[in-house]
Design a protein around this ligand. Structure first.
Ligand SMILES: [Ca+2]
Ligand SMILES: [Ca+2]
Ligand SMILES: [Ca+2]
Length: 293
């Protein structure tokens, strides 16, 4: 018998390569029981055992080199309406010392940004992205022997698109500066495309800011205000919210409406100097808005 033994050598991606005959180190021959394939070290990779007449039991461990194949998980390829702070996730890969990821806005299957390490973590939260933008990303696993790119190829990038905040919308009734309002009343506003929920705030401090708390109106474009004080000035604002952002009614977070409850002659401290308010108000005969006043 020739002093040779048949072995399936490892490939550098962890798979078994083609069967080859190797000259054995000492044994004159191997009997039918002298060779075995088994996973001696329980790493799910087959090892070769040889019952060598001079060396005893010889184990050829199947020891791959570069990290094992793995895939990206999310966002899924082509996902749309993603938040501006998405999390990139990928599968873990055995034999990996560290992972890196790259994302950019250039669809060319290469990293136009910088590969960033996540250590041994298989996800990363991205900072504030740009709304309505398509991004491309890839991850890779690294050890001292080499690099394995997700999804089988360094060119296999995934894309996802960020969504947009709700569209512009305006408050409706009561119109700005309304007087003699009931102490229980309904405020309403127009619909904002893409809104998940609306929130409103009302208070009695005329500072274009919410001094009480933002309350959810759900998907409704109106809300009931009950138990207001009489003869009191109130100030209210609405905002539309989704997973991408927040859009304030009438174009600005500081563009609040005022109203005065019944038996009160007129709000006395409406700001007429806010050009943003004036632009969005019906223009009266004076041409300066606030025809109610
Ligand atoms: Ca093994
Ligand atoms: Ca790119
Ligand atoms: Ca206020």
């Amino acid at each position: 018998m020739a002093k040779r033994v048949g072995v399936y050598p490892q490939e550098n991606n962890g798979t078994l390569g083609s069967y080859s005959l190797y000259t054995s180190r000492s044994a004159a021959s191997y009997g039918p029981q002298g060779l075995a394939i088994g996973d001696i070290n329980q790493d799910n990779l087959p090892d070769v055992l040889m019952a060598d007449s001079n060396y005893g039991l010889v184990v050829l461990y199947h020891t791959p080199v570069i990290p094992a194949a793995f895939n990206k998980i999310s966002p899924t390829a082509g996902a749309v309406n993603q938040s501006l702070t998405p999390t990139l996730r990928w599968e873990s890969s055995t034999r990996t010392a560290s992972y890196e990821y790259c994302y950019d806005t250039v669809n060319n299957s290469i990293c136009d940004n910088t590969w960033e390490s996540t250590g041994t973590t298989t996800s990363v939260g991205l900072g504030s992205l740009t709304s309505g933008t398509t991004y491309y990303w890839q991850s890779r696993a690294i050890n001292t022997f080499g690099t394995t790119y997700a999804n089988g190829s360094d060119a296999n990038w995934n894309s996802f698109s960020t969504g947009n905040p709700p569209s512009a919308f305006n408050k409706g009734n009561p119109s700005n500066g309304s007087v003699n309002q009931l102490t229980s009343l309904t405020i309403d506003w127009g619909a904002a495309s893409g809104a998940s929920t609306y929130q409103y705030c009302f208070d009695t401090i005329n500072n274009n800011a919410c001094d009480s708390s933002w309350k959810s109106a759900g998907a409704n474009t109106n809300a009931s205000l009950n138990g207001l004080f009489g003869k009191t000035n109130y100030y209210w604002q609405v905002r539309a919210v989704n997973n991408v952002g927040t859009t304030y009614a009438n174009g600005s977070s500081t563009n609040w409406f005022s109203l005065a409850t019944e038996n009160f002659s007129s709000p006395t401290n409406i700001s007429l100097t806010n050009s943003a308010i004036n632009e969005n108000q019906p223009v009266g005969s004076s041409g300066k808005g606030y025809s109610q006043l």
